[in-house]
Design a protein around this ligand. Structure first.
Ligand code: CP
Length: 304
């Protein structure tokens, strides 16, 4: 692929190549000198129209570990506030000899829209409720690291599936690698099209957790909900919050994941998030190697 818009566009072989490349970069970033000179001739702009902690810093570190030059753009403090369009903004950045754009944007399809209108490689760092491809790659990579393989594993994604780009990208990524996928949550937060994706649906958290090897706990995305949703946060926690008592009541030891940011005490309690069954910080660590791999592989397509 020329750009990374979504996992939907990747083949199982593409994902395998990204993981094998990330394996090499994970070794690099665990050395005392955490850098390789591979992309000394490449300049990358991180263009963020939405807040981020993990994705933004992880991309910046990945770029620096590859020796690329990096510029960071936050829409809130930019001339977007004076009415400049997305395409004008990015074309102005590109005219400063930038080769690649990493973009987070609140609108679904924004990365694809941009990639069709500018002369640069575009990596989607999250486009509204659509996809968050590098998150899904680092999630699957973390499952592979912990369990040896993704193929044949049972993964449940719990929570606000309706508003989640992480859920959609994970569904595509897990299925392409031969995992079984279930979503679990209140029916008000599960999209009607979910059955077309070939995933199981379960409204009872305990049953879903008994079924799975891995539970990926999502945050309720209040910022994307324009109606008063049901259930309330308190009801949600009672029905879908994962606490230690529930985790310990299961007949086998499952792996617990979360893309972050966590709302402690809502979808997951601290004693679960910080338990030895949680791989939440491993996911964040792996994000740098995965993003190095994605950038490195796409940079091969930049004209030099
Ligand atoms: N997981 C994730 O995308 O986190 P940020 O919003 O902090 O980047």
């Amino acid at each position: 692929v020329e750009h990374l818009n979504g996992i939907e566009d990747l083949s199982p072989r593409d994902i395998q190549i990204i993981f094998e490349t990330a394996d090499r970069f994970k070794e690099v970033i665990n050395r005392p000198i955490k850098k390789v000179p591979s992309l000394r001739d490449i300049t990358i702009a991180n263009v963020f129209f939405e807040n981020s902690t993990r994705t933004k810093l992880s991309f910046e570190l990945a770029e620096k570990r590859l020796s690329a030059d990096v510029v960071n753009f936050s829409a809130g403090s930019s001339s977007v506030k004076k009415g400049e369009t997305l395409v004008d903004t990015v074309n102005n950045i590109l005219s400063m000899k930038v080769d690649m754009v990493v973009m987070r944007h609140p609108n679904p399809g924004a990365a694809k829209f941009l990639s069709e209108r500018v002369d640069a490689r575009v990596i989607n760092a999250g486009d509204g409720t659509h996809e968050h491809p590098t998150q899904a790659l680092l999630d699957s990579y973390s499952i592979r690291e912990k369990l040896g393989t993704v193929e044949g594993k049972k993964v449940v994604i719990v929570g606000d599936i309706l508003h989640s780009r992480v859920a959609l990208s994970n569904i595509y990524a897990l299925q392409k690698q031969g995992a079984e996928v279930m979503v679990c949550g209140p029916s008000t937060l599960i999209p009607k099209y979910i059955h077309e994706l070939g995933v199981k649906v379960e409204n009872n958290l305990k049953k879903a957790l008994e079924w799975c090897d891995v539970a990926n706990m999502l945050r309720i995305q209040l910022e994307r909900q324009d109606i008063q949703y049901f259930p309330s946060l308190r009801e949600y926690t009672m029905l879908y919050g994962l606490d230690k008592e529930l985790l310990n009541s299961l007949s086998k030891e499952i792996i617990v994941m979360h893309p972050g940011p966590i709302n402690r005490g809502v979808e997951i309690t601290s004693d679960v998030a910080d338990s030895k069954q949680s791989i939440i910080l491993n996911q964040v660590e792996n994000g740098v190697a995965i993003r190095m791999a994605v950038i490195y592989l796409l940079a091969a397509k930049v004209e030099r």
